[in-house]
Design a protein around this ligand. Structure first.
Ligand SMILES: CCCCCCCCCCCCC/C=C/[C@@H](O)[C@H](COP(=O)(O)O)NC(=O)CCCCCCCCCCCCCCC
Ligand SMILES: Nc1ncnc2c1ncn2[C@@H]1O[C@H](COP(=O)(O)OP(=O)(O)O)[C@@H](O)[C@H]1O
Ligand SMILES: [Ca+2]
Length: 559
C-alpha cells in the first residue's frame, strides 16, 4: 500500500485544559490534543465523541463548527455574581479559545461538543483562533447563506420551536446567515421558490417539516430550474436539469422518512450539523405523468392500494398528528381491499444491484458513485428493440393489495430498514414492490417484516423489481383491446360489473380504484407513468454512515 504523505503541521503548542497540560496540534486535516504527562492514561468513558487514542483526541477540521476567543468568567466586584467579562491580558490562564465540533452519539445522531484550551498569552490565543479560522475558510462547500421555510403545522406543530431552540443557535454559531419564512398556507413555500425567491443570494434551502413540506420545496426548486432552462415538465421524455441549490431537512413532520433515510436519524440537531459542515448527497427523483400532463415528483414512497388508502383515510384525521397513520393503517388493513390493473416497467441492469441483495446504500456508496451505463434510458421507449434484453418492457397483470415504488429505502422510525432496505439514494432506479392479493394473515406477516430483520420480499405473493420507468393502468381504465384480451381469458362478465362499480365505489368489490400516495400527498389520477431521474437534487446529508465510524477511531495512520 502506498504511504500517504503526512499533512503539513500548521501550529503546535502546549496549552492547558482543565488544569492539565496538553500538546495541541493543528494540521490541514486534524486538530488534536494529547495530554503531556509521564504516565499516560488510556482514554476511558464515552466511546463516541472526538477520536481518542491513548489519551489523544482528534477532531477532523471538516467537523469543526467554529472557533472563538473565550470570555472568561470572573466574579464581578460590585454584584458578587459571576459575569462574562472581556479578555484582558492580566493573568496568563485567562486567555482561552473554544472550539465547537461535531461529536457522534448513538443511532447516527450528532451533537455539538466544545473544548476550551487555555493559552499563556493573548498573542498565542489569537494565533490559534486565526489558524483554525483560516482552515475553516478553506472549506468552501460550507453554506454561508440559507433560505429557511418552516411549516408551523407539520407533525406535532413543533416546527417553529424546534427551529428557534435547536437549529438557529447552531447556524449562528457557525456564522450562517438565514432568511426565515414561516409558511402561512399549503404550497406557500413551493410557490415562493417557483416564482419569487431570489435564489442567487443563497447557498441552500432548508425546510423545517415533514416529507410533505420537503415535497413542496423540491417541486418549487425543480420547476424553477426547468423553467429557467426552458425545459417542459409536461413532456415525460424530457431530460430534466439538476437543481444546483442543496436542500436541508430539519425533521418536524409525521414520518420524516427522507431525513431518516439520508441521515440515519430524525434528529433536528444532527440535520443542522450536516448542513453546517456542508454535506452533499445527490438524490434520485421520480417524475409522474398522466398522458402528457405532469402531475408530481416523488422521492420516497409512491404507493397505490394499501398506502394510498391509508393516506386518504388519514387526511381526515390530521388533527391527531402522526398517530393518524397508525389508526388509518389498522382500519385499512382490516378493510383488506385489493385492486386490479396492469403494471409495465423497464427493468434496470443488474449491475446496479437488486432489491434483494444485502448491499445497502451507505455513505460513499459505490453503486451511487459510479452511475451505470443504462441509467440514461432511451428517450423514445418504443424504439427499444425487443432483442435488447436490458431495454425490454415487462408487463404484469393482476390483483394487488399494494403497488409501491421506492426511489430510496424509505427507512423511518416506524420501519427502520424501510420499504426496500437495499434501494439506493442516487443510482437512477426505483424498487417496484408488488403485493398480490393474499389472506389478511399473510399481509400482516408481510407488514410485520418491515419492523424486524426478516426479508419482507420473501413471500410467494410479493415481487420486487429494480426499474427505471413504470406505468400503471387500473383495470377500469384499460383500453378495449386490453379488456378484450382478458375477456378471452374467461372473465367476460366482469367488464359489465366494472362499469357498475365505477358508479358505486362503496360496494367494496375488487374493481374500485385506489389513489396514489406520493410522498404523503394524494394524486388525482390512478393511471400514471413514472420515470426515475438520476441525481436530480442534492441534500445537505451524506447518506447513512457505517456504524464503525461511530464506534471506532478512524485509521489514525493518516494523521
Ligand atoms: C403491524 C405493523 C406494521 C407496520 C408497517 C409499517 C410500514 C411502514 C412503512 C412506511 C413507509 C413510509 C414511507 C414514507 C412516506 C412519507 O413520505 C409519507 C408522508 O410523510 P409525512 O407525513 O411526514 O409528510 N408518509 C406516509 O405516507 C405514512 C405511511 C405510514 C403508514 C403506516 C402504516 C401503519 C400500518 C399499520 C398496520 C397495522 C395492522 C395491524 C393489524 C392488527
Ligand atoms: N402554513 C401551512 N398551513 C397549512 N398547511 C401547510 C402549511 N405549510 C405547509 N403546509 C402543508 O402541510 C402538509 C404537511 O406538511 P408536513 O410538514 O409534511 O407535515 P406532516 O409530516 O405532519 O404531514 C404539506 O402538504 C404542506 O404542503
Ligand atoms: Ca434510487
Amino acid at each position: 500500500m502506498e504511504k500517504q504523505p503526512k499533512p503539513q503541521l500548521l501550529l503546535s503548542s502546549q496549552l492547558s485544559l482543565l488544569n492539565r497540560v496538553y500538546e495541541v496540534t493543528l494540521n490541514g486535516v486534524f486538530l488534536s490534543w494529547k495530554e503531556v504527562e509521564t504516565r499516560q492514561k488510556r482514554a476511558v468513558g464515552n466511546i463516541y465523541g472526538p477520536l481518542k487514542a491513548a489519551g489523544s483526541h482528534y477532531v477532523p477540521v471538516c467537523e469543526i463548527i467554529s472557533v472563538q476567543e473565550t470570555e472568561e468568567e470572573c466574579p464581578s466586584t460590585d454584584l458578587g455574581k459571576w459575569q462574562k467579562v472581556p479578555q484582558s491580558p492580566v493573568e496568563s490562564n485567562q486567555h482561552a479559545f473554544t472550539v465547537s465540533y461535531v461529536e457522534r452519539i448513538q443511532k447516527h445522531r450528532w451533537r455539538c461538543s466544545e473544548v476550551t484550551l487555555h493559552c499563556t498569552d493573548r498573542t498565542l490565543c489569537l494565533q490559534w483562533v486565526q489558524a483554525i479560522r483560516e482552515q475553516l475558510s478553506l472549506l468552501t462547500i460550507r453554506p454561508k447563506r440559507l433560505l429557511v421555510y418552516i411549516n408551523p403545522y407539520g407533525g406535532k406543530h413543533r416546527g417553529k420551536r424546534i427551529y428557534e431552540q435547536k437549529v438557529a443557535p447552531i447556524f449562528s454559531r457557525a456564522c450562517i446567515s438565514t432568511d426565515v419564512i414561516v409558511t402561512e398556507r399549503a404550497n406557500h413555500a413551493r410557490d415562493h421558490l417557483k416564482t419569487e425567491a431570489e435564489l442567487k443570494k443563497y447557498d441552500g434551502v432548508v425546510c423545517v417539516g415533514g416529507d410533505g413540506m420537503f415535497s413542496e420545496i423540491i417541486h418549487g426548486l425543480i420547476s424553477r430550474t426547468q423553467c429557467d432552462s426552458g425545459v417542459d415538465q409536461n413532456r415525460s421524455d424530457e431530460t430534466l436539469i439538476p437543481c444546483s441549490l442543496r436542500i436541508g431537512i430539519i425533521p418536524a413532520g409525521s414520518t420524516d422518512c427522507i431525513c431518516y433515510a439520508t441521515v440515519g436519524s430524525n434528529d433536528p440537531v444532527t440535520s443542522a450539523l450536516h448542513i453546517v459542515v456542508g454535506d452533499s448527497q445527490p438524490m434520485d427523483v421520480c417524475s409522474i405523468h398522466h398522458n402528457n400532463t405532469f402531475l408530481r415528483y416523488s422521492v420516497s414512497l409512491l404507493g397505490y392500494g394499501f398506502y394510498g388508502d391509508v393516506l386518504t383515510d388519514s387526511e381526515r384525521k390530521r388533527w391527531m398528528g402522526p398517530a393518524r397513520y397508525d389508526i388509518s393503517g389498522v382500519k385499512t388493513f382490516l378493510s383488506h381491499r385489493y385492486y386490479e390493473g396492469t403494471i409495465s416497467f423497464l427493468p434496470a441492469d443488474e449491475n446496479v444491484g437488486t432489491p434483494r441483495d444485502k448491499l445497502q446504500c451507505r455513505s460513499g456508496c459505490n453503486i451511487c458513485r459510479l452511475p451505470s451505463l443504462d441509467k440514461q434510458v432511451s428517450k423514445d421507449e418504443e424504439s427499444i428493440s425487443d432483442t435488447d434484453t436490458k431495454g425490454v418492457w415487462q408487463v404484469i397483470r393482476g390483483k394487488f393489495l399494494a403497488i409501491n415504488a421506492a426511489c430510496m429505502s424509505c427507512a423511518c422510525p416506524r420501519s427502520p430498514k424501510g420499504l426496500s432496505p437495499s434501494a439506493h439514494l442516487a443510482d437512477g432506479t426505483a424498487d417496484l414492490i408488488l403485493v398480490r392479493k393474499c389472506s389478511r394473515f399473510d399481509f400482516l406477516r408481510h407488514l410485520l417484516r418491515h419492523t424486524n430483520k426478516d426479508d419482507q420480499f420473501d413471500h410467494p405473493f410479493v415481487e420486487v423489481y429494480r426499474v427505471h420507468q413504470f406505468r400503471f393502468t387500473p383495470r377500469y381504465e384499460e383500453t378495449d383491446s386490453e379488456l378484450e384480451l382478458r375477456e378471452a381469458e374467461g372473465s367476460g362478465r366482469k367488464r359489465f360489473f366494472s362499469q357498475i362499480c365505477r358508479e358505486h365505489p362503496a360496494c367494496n368489490c375488487s374493481l374500485v380504484h385506489s389513489s396514489w400516495n406520493c410522498d404523503g400527498e394524494i394524486l388525482p389520477h390512478a393511471a400514471i407513468q413514472v420515470r426515475v431521474h438520476c441525481q436530480l437534487i442534492k441534500l445537505f446529508a451524506r447518506g447513512i454512515e457505517e456504524q464503525s465510524v461511530f464506534e471506532e477511531p478512524y485509521a489514525l495512520n493518516a494523521i
